[in-house]
Write a protein that binds this ligand. Structure first.
Ligand SMILES: [Cu+2]
Length: 506
């Protein structure tokens, strides 16, 4: 038994130890439909969203060939399933116009991007049918993969589920100098799950069971870049895969079917200081990781599957979410025409120190569930509060380092996301020896059941109203979100170049 299997066994034993505390979630997770044809060598070629053309980003109900032979009702940005990929360079000014052709309000949030409040997609900025919103902001962020999705109050979950999401990729010189795999060896992988109807005419979205309320909405089919049963033909070489968990609620526990190691090179806010070798990586809704995967030792004609493993659940462990399932198959079909190597080091960055923090604040994460099994009344809270649009729940002086304690007192995991900032993990369950997945710049951090994760946070350069919320979109839409106001004078907003210099956002 290797170490990972042993940990899973421990996790399973955790269920028994905490069974009395987990009445509703113990049987959670529909068994995942296993697309066996993936294993048989068939499937659907991985699709790639088109690059954004610079024109209006129109949110609208459309029909798309999600499956090659079927028209499916989805809501899209720019008529693209998934949304068009936006590529920008650090220091540029990004300008775009969002046009709402849905029958309900919407607004775009640029997840992970440091932007002025007016550009952030706060739900109070949502615009109605046939209205538009103009965005313009300098690109301050480090090179990395960010993303954009809707953020209207109560409707984020359904709009994202219907298909509104796209990638926002920032490039910079520090990244370019590393010579990482590029071109056809630089592949985005957007992971999502859906419940599908037999007719495939639309995706089902019905929040019905206790588990739907407590765990969030879990699908019974997985999609990568919107592709069902996906496979990708690869060469015998090194690949950079950029992973986004764009699912509403599902946490993926990724490994390869041959347990091969791979290297994590980047997290939410871009490149790490060096590559970290792992063979299992969990990714929760809203998070991004970039990994290097080497196929150079594989024989042409062979395949390896990226899968999501089953987990045991229990206190301090990932929750059970059904059986293991395949995510995407890689078919090794040819020799590589270009050779890439794994860098020894990546891009250094300022490491925050706990002793420099000027205050701490608590975010108590809780779920209220009352009533009988099968008919629970469920609420999701931060510090006992549900979101109110016009209530400001805290003020944070600009440019002061704080320690935020995310204390999960509930039986569900919460991927906690802050707007307007990239933060760093201080410790998880008191352990400052961080796993690779907790290193680097983060904007979304998974807080497991009954666990405390502490992060170091400093807002700069923009004052204004921002949000902290759970990125389990059902939890968020049920109100697990607070407003806070960053106070003080804006710093360094004369120009993007000046801001980058002052912030040392390497
Ligand atoms: Cu949550």
């Amino acid at each position: 038994m290797n170490r990972r299997r042993f940990l899973h066994t421990l996790a399973l034993s955790g269920i028994a130890a905490t069974a009395s505390r987990v009445p509703a979630i113990a049987a959670a997770g529909k068994p995942f439909r296993t697309p066996s044809k993936l294993l048989a060598g068939a499937g659907t070629p991985l699709r790639f969203p088109a690059d954004w053309d610079g024109g209006p980003i129109v949110a609208a109900a459309t029909k798309q060939n999600v499956w090659p032979d079927t028209q499916t009702d989805v809501w899209t940005y720019g008529g693209s399933w998934p949304g068009p990929t936006i590529r920008v360079k650090r220091g540029d000014t990004f300008k775009a116009r969002m046009v709402n052709m849905l029958d309900e309000p919407t607004i775009i949030h640029w997840h992970g991007m440091i932007v002025p409040h007016e550009m952030d997609g706060h739900p109070s900025q949502a615009v109605g049918t046939k209205e538009s919103y103009n965005y313009s902001f300098p690109i301050l962020n480090r090179a990395g993969m960010y993303w954009y999705h809707p953020h209207p109050h109560h409707r984020t979950a359904i709009q994202a589920y219907r298909g509104m999401a796209g990638l926002f990729i920032v490039e910079d010189d520090a990244e370019k100098d590393l010579g990482l795999p590029d071109g056809g060896h630089d592949i985005p992988l957007v992971l999502q799950d859906r419940r599908i109807r037999d007719s495939r005419s639309e995706f089902r979205y019905e929040i019905v069971t206790d588990d739907d309320h407590i765990q969030g909405f879990l699908g019974d089919a997985v999609f990568v870049n919107g592709t069902p049963d996906p496979y990708l033909e690869v060469a015998k070489g090194l690949y950079r895969f950029r992973l986004l968990n764009g699912a509403n609620a599902r946490i993926f526990y990724l490994s390869f079917t041959d347990d091969r190691p791979f290297h994590i090179i980047a997290s939410d806010g871009g490149l790490l200081d060096k590559p970290y070798k792992v063979s299992l990586l969990s990714i929760s809704p809203g998070e991004r990781f970039e990994i290097l995967v080497d196929f150079s030792g594989d024989d042409i004609g062979t395949s390896v599957m990226l899968r999501s493993e089953e987990t045991g659940g229990g206190a301090g462990y990932p929750p059970p979410q059904g059986a293991a399932f395949p995510v995407i198959r890689f078919d090794v079909v040819k020799e590589a025409t270009k050779t890439f190597t794994i860098p020894q080091t990546l891009v250094p960055y300022e490491q925050y120190r706990a002793e420099d923090a000027v205050r701490e604040r608590d975010f108590i994460l809780s779920i209220k569930h009352e009533g009988s099994v099968g008919n629970l009344d469920v609420g999701h809270f931060i510090n006992g509060l549900e979101f109110e649009m016009d209530r400001v729940d805290g003020t944070i002086p600009i440019n002061e380092l704080e320690i935020w304690n995310f204390r999960n007192t509930s039986l569900a995991p919460h991927p906690m996301h802050a707007h307007g900032v990239q933060f760093q993990v201080l410790d998880r369950a008191g352990n400052t020896n961080l796993a690779a997945r907790d290193r680097g710049w983060k904007d979304t951090i998974l807080v497991l059941p009954y666990q405390t994760v502490r992060v170091l946070v400093r807002f700069n350069p923009y004052p204004g109203i921002y949000l902290v919320h759970c990125h389990n979109l059902e939890h968020e839409s049920h109100g697990m979100m607070l407003n806070f106001e960053v106070t003080g004078e804006p710093t360094g907003v004369e120009s993007a170049a000046a801001q980058i210099e002052k912030l040392d956002l390497k």
